[in-house]
Design a binder for this molecule. Structure first.
Ligand code: PLP
Length: 486
């Protein structure tokens, strides 16, 4: 077969594209088939890849064969394999075949969906697909969705809309040098994701514009403390304007009592944003739907199909009850973007920082159609069963303990081996050794000042066999560390 060289002008010829395309699909199919032979965590040291890559750009086009050979030789070994069924770190997430096809097609179409006319398909499919997801999650029809890249960006937009809603002409006059503007404050629990604090910083509210509320013994926002904090801040002349509750916190997947937070927000006319980046997907499972109880009165909710809906990164959805405020915060239409139909249609760029937007709805549409609501729910339900199963082994073992409730697919636990002097060091060593083995990947957090291991199950390929294997691996590491220390 002749080499696929780059032509003097124009794109790759159609026949070459077809051939390489088929080969690359085969490559991906082999990758998935043999993924368990690879170490989950990239077995390389920092800088290893950089030193093997050319330091100057290629002056002339290279054959695709040479590029793919380097993909095998250099890039693949430097990957941490999120699609590996024994990836249990952070929030384990994975792509899926229909999602990959969606990405492939989206790259082919290369639409920049800034205006309805620059991509009617992207604009209208996004509205329809997000309404499907809204129905699946049991959110009410007053919520309208918009796609961003990540939850960090979705939450930033929600807080920007909330800020627009305080009616202090911040869009026009800004916040600096204004003695008439009180300190605006956002309230989150101590367990909230750092993205909220970053959003607060980015929006110019400053870190003192955010107040962290303590949590209860199950890591949920303490509602009484929230009410007291808001009242105290008001007495001190601050302007509390936004509460961010979390459904599925990052450390433990705890669920803030949204239903009880709602009346506090309403009493003070504050915006309630719910960060359900991780757990929102679980609400499509009928028996978990109540995790979103209270959201029918929230102002906005973020959920990430790229976390637990088998949609390739990136795709985050912001559901918002006040699209008018979001638009007021962000819409700015210069002459060169004016179109005759603009009053009749929705254009994505009116609702965010970005002008051009990727055609992300396509992959979600393909994932939802291929698996269906039932198929997606069945997979999430199975992940939660596996998490409960793992937690039951931990509970039954005298050597381990569960550190937080397990409402969904995440287990927080740690070794409590008798006689061990420093349990933090022991648990850290267990985790590092298990990760270094390449057989599984876990991550950690700190709960009540104790180093805690996290096992997150959310990968489409993870089965009971993988969960048993990681349990055996952790016990092996614990035994060998105990042996070394005696
Ligand atoms: N919110 C929660 C609760 C999360 O767990 C995460 C990430 O794990 C985020 C927000 C940020 O997600 P993203 O990477 O999409 O910005």
């Amino acid at each position: 077969m002749s080499a696929v060289n780059s032509p003097k002008l124009g794109d790759m010829p159609g026949d070459d594209f077809r051939r390489v395309g088929h080969e690359l699909i085969d490559w991906i199919a082999d990758y998935f088939e043999h993924i368990e032979e690879r170490p989950v965590l990239a077995a390389i040291e920092p800088g290893d890849l950089k030193t093997q890559l050319a330091s100057v750009p290629p002056a002339h086009g290279e054959p695709m064969e040479a590029i793919i050979a380097d993909l095998d030789r250099l890039i693949a070994p430097a990957l941490t394999h999120w699609s590996h069924p024994s990836f249990f770190a952070y929030f384990a997430t994975s792509t899926s075949a229909p999602g990959i096809f969606g990405e492939l097609l989206s790259a082919a179409f290369d639409n920049k969906a800034m205006l309805w006319r620059t991509s009617p398909a992207s604009t209208e499919l996004e509205e329809v697909v997000l309404d499907w997801l809204r129905q699946m999650m049991g959110l009410d029809p007053g919520m309208h969705g918009i796609i961003y890249d990540t939850a960090s960006v979705s939450s930033l937009h929600a807080i920007a809309a909330a800020r627009e809603g305080v009616e202090k002409r911040i869009r026009e006059e800004g916040m600096s040098g204004r003695p008439d503007l009180p300190l605006l404050r956002v309230y989150v629990s101590e367990q909230a994701h750092s993205s909220i604090e970053k959003a607060v910083i980015t929006l110019g509210l400053g870190q003192r514009g955010m107040r962290k509320i303590p949590t209860d013994s199950a890591f949920r926002m303490d509602v009484r403390a929230l009410a007291e904090a808001i009242n105290e801040d008001k007495r001190n002349g601050y302007l509390p304007f936004c509460i961010v509750a979390t459904v599925g916190t990052t450390s433990t997947s705890s669920i803030d009592p949204v239903r009880e937070i709602v009346p506090i927000g309403e009493e003070h006319a504050m915006w309630l944003h719910v960060d359900a980046a991780y757990a929102g997907s679980a609400a499509i499972v009928p028996e978990f739907r109540d995790i979103l109880t209270g959201c029918e009165r929230a102002d906005s909710v973020v959920t990430n199909p790229h976390k637990w809906l088998f949609t390739p990164f990136d795709l985050s959805v912001l559901y918002c009850r006040h699209m008018d405020l979001l638009k007021r915060a962000f819409s700015l239409v210069p002459e060169y973007l004016r179109t005759p139909e603009q009053e009749k249609v929705r254009s994505g760029s009116d609702y965010g920082i970005q002008l051009g937007r990727r055609f992300r709805a396509l992959k979600l549409w393909m994932v939802m159609r291929y698996f269906g609501h039932e198929g997606l729910a069945a997979r999430i339900r199975e992940h939660c069963r596996l998490a409960r199963l793992f937690a039951s082994w931990v509970d039954e073992s005298p050597d381990w303990e569960v550190m937080a409730p397990v409402p969904l697919g995440l287990v927080c636990f740690r070794a409590r081996a008798e006689g061990a002097r420093d349990l933090d060091a022991l648990n850290e060593a267990i985790m590092h050794r298990a990760n270094a083995s390449g057989r599984a990947l876990l991550s950690h957090t700190r709960l009540n000042d104790k180093l805690t291991l996290r096992l997150s199950i959310g990968n489409i390929r993870t089965t009971e066999r993988h969960v048993r294997q990681v349990w055996e691996l952790l016990n092996e590491e614990l035994r060998s560390l105990e042996k070394e220390n005696t």
